[in-house]
Design a protein around this ligand. Structure first.
Ligand code: ADP
Ligand code: MG
Length: 272
């Protein structure tokens, strides 16, 4: 006997390195009419690097970075990894911290050397088009860290294929600033950009229509769960995100996503 089309499609998806969690999901992938993608870790590699430290007047760059790294070393966010690695690369000993608090989509705060240190997203966009982290000590801004992440090599091709398959413009959803979002959108050719979003805003944005949401981080889990179909980039994905997703891209290639949508379309034509 021949295999049921949906089962055969699931097996095929597996060969492309994509885990489709159920037959219902396999079928649903093909009637997606809109795609929403997270920026950091989804369109970009999710391995950000610290590229510059801009201290405010009266502050030393290494001291700004040292305090920020102290607060960030307790965070699991990829940006936190960039700050801590950036400090270590400059030979800075990362101090311990207490009373750590993380606010999803916004940043972190902790007490370092008796001072309250915050590392958070900026109020306004920065000119560089990079991600900016504002560092404050005891409520006063002391500097800005500039962080860059490389685009995934297959991001533009995957976005193009998803636009073609769904017949609608993909949308970029990010908590990052507008300039940084616009820069990535231009590089991958996305015309619809929503920047400065908090996790609940991402949830609201994927409730429209039959949206497939692609994300990677812990912050993306609610949006993946709320979407018609939630797809997690697996390698960087937190357990929470993998659990919330309907589909996991195990092999970490964005280009596999349109391939699996196409497999779903083919299977649907055969399903009785
Ligand atoms: P994205 O939507 O790009 O995946 P997030 O929702 O995780 O990003 O975060 C949105 C913004 O919040 C980041 O661009 C950054 O400015 C800020 N942010 C989040 N977590 C941290 C952190 N640990 N340290 C500094 N800034 C952070
Ligand atoms: Mg992300």
């Amino acid at each position: 006997a021949t295999m049921p089309p949906l089962l055969s499609a699931i097996a095929n998806a597996g060969r492309h390195g994509v885990l489709v969690k159920s037959a219902v999901v396999m079928e649903r992938l093909g009637d997606t009419d809109r795609v929403a993608l997270d920026k950091t870790g989804t369109l970009t590699e999710g391995a950000p690097r610290l590229v510059a430290v801009h201290p405010h007047d009266g502050w030393d760059a290494d001291e700004v970075l040292r305090l920020a790294a102290g607060a960030e070393h307790l965070s699991e966010h990829p940006l936190a990894g960039a700050v801590v690695a950036g400090a270590r690369d400059r030979g800075i000993a990362v101090p311990t911290a207490a009373d750590f608090r993380a606010e999803p989509g916004r940043g972190v705060a902790a007490t370092v050397d008796g001072r309250r240190v915050e590392a958070t997203r900026p109020e306004r966009s920065r000119d560089s088009g990079h991600t900016a982290v504002v560092v404050a000590v005891d409520g006063t801004e002391v500097g800005v860290l500039e962080i860059a992440d490389r685009l995934r090599p297959d991001a533009a091709a995957a976005v193009g294929a998803l636009r073609h398959l769904t017949g609608s413009e993909p949308v970029l959803l990010t908590g990052d600033n507008e300039r940084a979002a616009a820069r990535v959108a231009a590089e991958v050719g996305i015309g619809d950009v929503r920047a400065g979003l908090l996790p609940p805003d991402k949830v609201a944005a994927v409730r429209d229509g039959r949206t497939m949401a692609l994300g990677d981080g812990v912050n993306d889990a609610p949006a993946l769960a709320a979407a018609h179909c939630g797809v997690a980039m697996g390698r960087a994905g937190a357990d929470l995100t993998l659990r919330a997703a309907d589909v996991v891209v195990v092999r970490d290639e964005l280009a596999a996503v349109p391939k699996v949508v196409d497999l779903s379309r083919r299977a649907r034509r055969l399903v009785k």
